[in-house]
Write a protein that binds this ligand. Structure first.
Ligand SMILES: [Zn+2]
Length: 64
């Protein structure tokens, strides 16, 4: 699958945020904030999948 620059930027932005949340969850393992971060990371993955599929469905460059 060949995708455009914008697709890559959306993806890498989400991935950076997800990594940040997972890193936070690891550093504070077992605590309340860690659970919140882990949950947030999961929600971000869902958001990323949705954002990418919406982009893909609308983007002529990705679908060429
Ligand atoms: Zn695209």
């Amino acid at each position: 699958m060949r995708t455009c620059d914008r697709f890559g930027r959306i993806k890498s932005g989400f991935e950076r945020d997800i990594r940040f949340q997972l890193g936070h969850a690891e550093r504070h393992e077992g605590s309340g904030p860690a659970k919140a971060s882990a949950g947030l990371a999961k929600a971000m993955r869902v958001n990323m999948a949705r954002a990418l599929s919406i982009h893909y469905s609308k983007c002529r460059l990705c679908r060429r």
